[in-house]
Design a protein around this ligand. Structure first.
Ligand code: MIG
Length: 682
């Protein structure tokens, strides 16, 4: 049973939808001060998992983290927070328990930073709900937690295809060209993302008619080629007379206001904007309804950006800065003065003080933004999710967000924001996968190739070799950086074969995703979850279990042509140069140096496990999910439960979606379940 311990009067974040017991007794495991500071003494061997989207490793020990959703494109390892607030921790060691701090303001997690063996979690003020869950092992604890916060978002099947994105696709022709290049080279592709440039002056729900004269027609044309267009939506609404979204918002009082009752003004991409008060149900209904404008033009997916919300400047703060700048005129800018000049101007964006200037009208009363800061992106995406439920009740719409709080995972996925074309960010991508899965975020992935900074061919290739396993597989980069569509490099063939492998693996990836979502499980697990008593496996930070049958160990170092891999048991190594070129080898338990050429994908199949694969296709709809091959490592006998459905509707509970396939020692294959599915051992 999950216990809830309440301090003060917590704000209702609506993260929790499941059952728990109100616990009147003491908070177990922790000592607490003033109902806002909680401490736990860690044993030397304890591992602490959790915190979803954040810096550093899978084991969070040894650093200090914050929950404070922020737009920070520098994911350096000395940062303390990124775009999300995922306040779930799992202690695995002498004691084994999970804890969720349901608190919408700033939280600090000092996990052995100040004192190596002490973990403290400190909320800015009291008024916090703490949930404690126990279980036989980490997996059971996660399952309980996920039951508490509700079923994870399920995207349409096409969203498991490869997506190409770049901030700066300016018009239809540019996109046609990108699609054509992929198709000509035979590189599978399912989606193209529209960044802020498709809008008129960055105004939400508008389309620039000069550059996209007929979006509906263009969306149809793209769909005929198997491509979905996925536009971005930003949080701030441009202040402009005659712009309907702005005018309706003002008229109905939907925007966040300052203490004096006037709408708060911030500067973001469109210039001066108001922020819709996403914590209000009526605002969500209104804002969510706006997505219909694009749905009606044949759009079936969106990404929500800038919803921490990011603030370039507040009008009030900007005025102050301009005034202070006067003081710098004519003075001798020595080192100190120039430093403070920089500080003054840098302090304009995402300034904590600005988040104290506006309020939300929540059902439980008026609340200052900073106290509920981490709920904004969550509720923006919830607005869309709730609207889709009404507008398209029988259809899945792709939705992922930048900012999030636990609870948002019911309405959409997340991408992990503005990473860089750095080798260390491949590893960061890997680290985040299990941490995010624990917190309910299953549909997730990083900007493959890196968003900021200049990519190299080798970095992109290695990153894709990890990306073919992540549910969201999108190549995205920033305006002004080196272009990174895969056809722009010399080894186009190799890129094609790597992406083809993703499409070959789709039956497995989709099935593993759906089972994880429907049964509140993780798709990516640390090795320690599967091999809890293996001391070496417990410390592995650069390999993952990807679904029930596969272990991955990607290369994440420049010029490496192989790497050390730890095998917690005897496994079959499968080495691919594309789906057609496969080599296999059995490796014993233990440490191995495995050679991995730049264009090779290597993964490991567990004994008596199977991996269903397809023949691939140029886009998901072309992929035949009925006539499947089986990769496997069968020592005694193996079976696999395959989930499949039409990929668009919501008939998730239908038992007909499951097929069980068996392979015996002699390679004999049989299956029960869905008619029409056939399997052949490869
Ligand atoms: O201030 O829309 O994270 O993916 O390309 C940058 C432009 C705004 C940030 C997003 C990124 C997107 C970019 N946006």
């Amino acid at each position: 049973m999950i216990r809830k311990i309440t301090y003060g009067t917590p704000f209702d974040t609506e993260a929790v939808t499941g059952v728990f017991e109100e616990w009147a007794g003491e908070l177990p495991y922790f000592t607490q001060e003033e109902g806002r500071k909680f401490s736990y003494t860690m044993e030397e061997e304890d591992i602490v998992y959790g915190l979803g989207e954040n810096v550093r490793g899978i084991n969070k020990r040894g650093w200090i983290y914050e929950s404070k959703c922020s737009d920070d494109p520098n994911h350096r390892e000395d940062k303390r927070s990124l775009y999300g607030a995922h306040n779930f921790l799992l202690v695995d060691g002498k004691e084994c328990f999970g804890v969720f701090f349901d608190y919408p303001g700033k939280l600090v997690f000092d996990i052995g930073y100040t004192d190596r063996n002490v973990m403290t979690v400190e909320a800015e003020e009291g008024n916090i709900a703490v949930y404690i869950m126990e279980g036989e092992n980490p997996e059971m604890i996660v399952k309980q937690f996920r039951g508490l916060v509700g079923r994870s978002y399920i995207p349409p099947k096409w969203a498991f295809g490869y997506g190409q994105s770049r901030w700066s696709y300016m018009n239809e022709d540019e996109i046609r060209e990108v699609v054509k290049k992929h198709r000509e080279a035979g590189i599978p592709l399912d989606s193209i993302y529209l960044d802020i440039d498709y809008m008129v002056k960055y105004k939400d729900f508008t389309v620039n008619e000069e550059t996209f004269p007929d979006l509906a027609g263009f969306a149809r044309e793209m769909k005929d080629q198997g491509i979905h267009l996925v536009p971005i939506i930003d949080a701030g609404v441009k202040i402009e007379e005659g712009y309907d979204v702005y005018e309706e918002g003002v008229k109905n009082g939907y925007f966040c206001k300052e203490e004096n009752g006037e709408e708060f003004v911030a500067g973001v991409w469109p210039g001066r904007v108001h922020f819709p008060d996403m914590l209000r149900e009526d605002t969500r209904k209104w804002f969510g309804g706006k997505y219909k404008i694009l749905l009606d033009q044949g759009i079936e997916g969106f990404w929500n950006d800038m919803n921490e919300p990011a603030i370039f400047y507040s009008e009030k703060h900007l005025k102050e800065v301009f005034e202070k700048l006067e003081d710098f005129k004519g003075i001798n800018l020595d080192n100190e003065a120039s430093a403070s000049l920089h500080q003054l101007v840098d302090g304009l964006s995402n300034n904590e003080e600005d988040y104290k200037l506006f309020y939300h009208e929540h059902k439980d009363g008026r609340v200052r933004h900073d106290k509920v800061h981490n709920l904004y992106g969550y509720n923006m995406t919830r607005a869309a999710g709730e609207a889709f439920e009404e507008l398209e009740p029988d259809k899945r719409i792709l939705m992922f967000s930048r900012s999030s709080y636990i609870g948002m995972h019911r309405y959409g996925g997340i991408w992990t924001g503005d990473n860089l074309s750095w080798w260390s960010h491949i590893l960061l991508n890997l680290h985040m996968m299990p941490s995010l899965n624990m917190c309910g975020f299953l549909y997730t992935g990083a900007d493959l190739g890196g968003f900021g900074a200049d990519v190299t061919e080798e970095l992109l290739m290695r990153w894709l070799e990890l990306g073919i396993f992540t549910p969201l597989m999108r190549n995205h980069s920033a305006w002004g950086t080196r272009r990174q569509e895969v056809y722009r490099f010399t080894q186009t063939e190799s890129f094609r074969r790597i992406i083809e492998l993703r499409y070959a693996l789709l039956p497995y990836i989709y099935s593993e995703y759906m089972k994880a979502a429907l049964h509140d499980e993780m798709m990516f697990r640390p090795l320690s979850f599967v091999y809890p008593s293996d001391r070496s496996a417990r410390r592995v930070e650069d390999q993952l279990m990807a679904g029930e049958s596969i272990m991955i160990a990607p290369v994440y170092e420049q010029n490496a042509r192989g790497r050390y891999v730890y095998l917690p048991e005897r496994m079959k190594l499968v080495r691919f140069r594309g789906p057609e070129d496969r080599k296999e080898e059995i490796l014993e338990k233990g440490h191995h140096y495995v050679e991995i050429a730049l264009d090779e994908v290597v993964f490991f199949i567990r004994p008596d496990h199977l991996v269903p694969v397809s023949r691939g296709g140029q886009y998901v709809e072309q992929v035949d999910f009925d006539h499947l091959g089986l990769l496997g490592f069968v020592e005694e006998s193996a079976s696999y439960e395959l989930y499949d459905d039409d990929g668009y509707g919501k008939d998730y509970e239908n038992p007909g979606n499951y097929t069980r396939v068996y392979v015996n020692k002699n390679g004999g294959v049989s299956s029960t379940g869905t008619d029409g599915k056939t399997f052949a051992l490869l």
